[in-house]
Design a protein around this ligand. Structure first.
Ligand code: 4AD
Ligand code: MG
Length: 437
């Protein structure tokens, strides 16, 4: 239906007859003539309409979808609009087809500096997305996704899609969504953890799983969703958690470099600069607690950092090491699941969290692959491995030492683009209140 894209027309097209399709960004009538700013996903262009077309357009509303046939004219030198990419030209319309008019008024304010609340914007997300900045968040998210796939493929990982309908997760049952499943009760997968370990043991050695993760978390924070996209990977023959952190580091360098070089235009509209990390500092929780203590923040020995602690610690790392990322290592056993491997000091685990600009974006660990140790660890946590026999079986017939990590695509996107709320980084967020649209 169109020969060109709005945002891509320039002086080279002068005198061409073109057909454009898009949304009416603005319409302004001046006496008997009128001007439409037409928008598609590539940008905007100004259309000039004569008396007859202006008459035809008298009921046209903002955000209507139209088709324009016309001629590209150069603007005189002194009328070039420097603020828009297509400012050197203007389209003189010859034909107008109204494909779908819009209602007025619009339910949300669609200017870039909108004052509409995030809640209302999410109710009308499809309109909200017509704003350039918002659209660009998802152009970048898409690029993070494809860069992730490219990275794992180049590192010889095999993509797996683990089931989302499960009997019961291995990780804390409290966060499961239970759903009726014929005569049984099923749970929505709250992590691909058991499956990625299974496929490593199956001989695939390196697997990654990008998929939906469900968490029945009744939290109302700017970082928690009840449904998010997990980027999980698991790899065999890792000597310890450092091998996994090395891979995460390489992954981030690859993805961030891609975004920085391929999304320059989008980053500019969002006013974001990407800092590709060189070496990401690895700091033990023991040291982190001391650093925070000196700053007046007390974290008990058996506790995680709370959100305030994470923020303070990231600020410290930014100042000291000039890095947006930090690995926190050696988490206490009390705070980690039974399948994390422990060093000699059984109070700790061979695990880590990764913080990005003050928020946890990943948790990973070397896994315990020795069945007797795993059974003992289960017991210590008050669990019975025999109840998870399909998981137990993984360790009975030749399971390599292995480890892996779970990252959150939504949190990575929101941190990378300095979005205050993770909801800004997902098209249709789910939280305890929101099930529609
Ligand atoms: O830290 P989590 O819970 O770790 C696991 O799921 C382990 N199985 C991973 C592993 O391999 N050891 O989740 C991993 C990541 C978090 O760091 C965060 O980025 C994201 O998933 N995440 C959430 N994102 C949005 N909303 C939530 N409610 C999230 N919960 C976790
Ligand atoms: Mg975690």
């Amino acid at each position: 239906m169109k020969t060109n894209n709005c945002g891509e027309i320039n002086k080279d097209n002068v005198s061409n007859e073109i057909t454009l399709c898009g949304w009416v960004d603005t319409i302004r009538t001046s006496g008997k003539i009128s001007f439409i700013v037409l928008r598609d996903r590539t940008g905007i262009v100004q259309i000039f309409m004569n008396k007859d077309l202006t008459e035809q357009a008298k009921d046209l509303k903002k955000e209507a979808v139209i088709q324009i046939k016309g001629i590209v004219n150069a603007r005189p030198e002194n009328q070039v609009k420097k603020e828009i990419a297509t400012g050197e030209i203007e389209i003189e319309a010859k034909e107008l087809n109204i494909l779908n008019n819009s209602e007025a008024p619009l339910p949300i304010e669609m200017s870039e500096e909108t004052t509409t609340s995030i809640d209302k914007r999410l109710d009308y997300r499809f309109l909200d997305l017509r704003r350039e900045k918002i659209k660009n968040i998802f152009v970048i998210r898409s690029k993070i996704y494809s860069s992730t796939v490219n990275f794992f493929e180049s590192e010889k990982f095999i993509a797996v899609q683990s089931p989302k309908l499960t009997a019961s997760g291995v990780e804390s049952g409290a966060e499961e969504f239970k759903i009726p499943y014929f005569e049984k009760t099923a749970a929505l997968a709250q992590s691909p953890q058991v499956y990625k370990q299974m496929f490593v043991a199956s001989g695939l050695e390196r697997v990654y799983d990008i998929g939906t993760v469900f968490r029945a978390e009744k939290s109302h924070t700017t970082r928690h969703l009840t449904e998010f996209t997990g980027i999980d990977f698991e790899m065999a023959f890792t000597k310890d958690e450092n091998d996994i952190m090395d891979m995460v580091e390489k992954f981030l360098q690859s993805v961030l470099t891609n975004i920085k070089t391929k999304c320059e235009k989008e980053l500019e509209t969002l006013k974001v600069q990407i800092n590709v990390p060189d070496k990401i500092p690895r700091i033990s929780m023991i040291e982190a607690r001391e650093i925070l203590k000196a700053k007046g923040k007390n974290i008990p020995e058996d506790e995680d950092l709370d959100p305030e602690g994470e923020k303070m610690f990231s600020e410290y790392v930014k100042e000291k090491h000039d890095c947006d990322f930090v690995f926190l290592t050696d988490f206490p056993w009390t705070k980690r699941p039974f399948y994390h491997m422990r060093p000699e000091d059984k109070k700790l685990t061979k695990s880590f969290d990764l913080l990005y600009k003050g928020v946890e974006i990943a948790t990973g660990a070397q896994r315990e692959h020795r069945l007797d140790v795993l059974e003992a660890q289960c017991k210590e946590k008050g669990l019975d491995l025999n109840k998870l026999d399909f998981y137990k079986n993984i360790f009975r017939f030749g399971c390599p030492p292995h480890g892996g990590v779970g990252l959150g695509l939504d949190r990575i996107t929101s941190r990378m683009l300095d979005l205050e709320n993770v909801r800004e980084a997902i098209l249709l967020p789910r939280d305890p209140e929101r099930l529609t649209p």
